[in-house]
Design a protein around this ligand. Structure first.
Ligand code: ATP
Ligand code: MG
Length: 267
């Protein structure tokens, strides 16, 4: 299989003010992502699993160039992503979209759902006629299970699961190659989350999407992933096929994570 995304030795540190209380205010660096390398094949679901604070979101945001790595290389679709600028970067950006953890915080409360879902089209395909854009928005909302009714309503009028579907519609509308989903179901009830996971899987089949799926939950990862990276303190400690990670883990930290969730499905 051809790889769609390849990351090599990606790093990011943040400055962290220390000894503020002592009045010195000296700065130290804190390494959030510490030399991560991996590749993601077209059509797969590559999961990144790890505890809170291990660097998952920082990594995700670097892969989409929402934040700049300190060092490392990222190839996306045969291009050196970190070298792109201007129009070239814009063109690549439409191929990579993100779904966020918190469907409440990630949608602008002052925009109607039709505007939220249509915004990427307004940015990337400004030449579309109003009615063409409307038709694309309506079709996308329908595809994620929401019908046309939401178009002129506001995010607060929807449940968490519905809001996450709105976020999925916005990510989907440009027909990207890659979707990075950062904890897409962890803010939802289990049954609502399960339906959203099913939707994501259907969309993957239908549109040939590649997912990078970030989660702290091994049962969720077990349901969707083809391969899994186990992340701890900014590093990948183990990467492998989902069956291997869940049933024949090699790293002691992976075994610790697994021991904490006895209800995992059997191979
Ligand atoms: N902008 C920032 N400035 C300083 N430190 C940051 C910043 N963003 C993240 N961090 C720190 O980097 C580390 C990794 O954060 P990150 O959000 O990537 O973790 P995470 O794995 O996504 O956690 P969670 O599961 O809670 O979402 C944390 O210690 C966090 O406090
Ligand atoms: Mg996070």
């Amino acid at each position: 299989m051809q790889s769609l995304l390849e990351a090599r030795d990606v790093r990011k540190s943040y400055s962290r003010a220390t000894s503020l209380l002592s009045g010195k205010g000296r700065e130290s660096r804190f390494v959030a992502v510490d030399g991560v390398s991996f590749s993601v094949a077209a059509g797969e679901t590559f999961a990144v699993v790890g505890e809170s604070g291990c660097g998952k979101t920082t990594l995700a945001r670097m892969l989409l160039r929402l934040i700049e790595p300190d060092s490392g290389e990222i190839q996306f679709d045969g291009q050196d992503l970190l070298a792109l600028g201007g129009e070239e970067l814009r063109r690549q950006r439409r191929e990579m979209q993100m779904i966020f953890q918190d469907p409440f915080a990630s949608l602008n409360p002052r925009m109607r759902v039709g505007e939220i879902v249509g915004e990427p089209l307004a940015i990337h395909e400004p030449w579309l006629l109003r009615r063409e854009r409307h038709a694309r928005v309506a079709a996308t909302l329908k595809r994620v299970g929401l019908g046309e009714d939401p178009l002129s309503r506001y995010p607060h009028e929807f449940s968490g699961g519905q809001r996450q579907r709105i976020g999925i519609a916005r990510a989907l509308i440009l027909r990207p190659k890659l979707i990075v989903a950062d904890e897409p179901v962890s803010a939802l009830d289990v049954s609502v989350g399960a339906q959203v996971l099913l939707l994501l899987q259907e969309l993957q089949q239908e549109f040939g999407l590649t997912y990078i799926f970030i989660s702290h939950s091994l049962p969720v990862v077990a349901q969707v992933a083809t391969r899994v990276a186990v992340m701890r303190a900014g590093k990948f400690v183990e990467v492998g096929a989902v069956e291997q990670i869940l049933h024949r883990p090699e790293h002691s930290y992976t075994r610790e994570l697994l021991a904490a969730v006895p209800e995992l499905p059997k191979a």
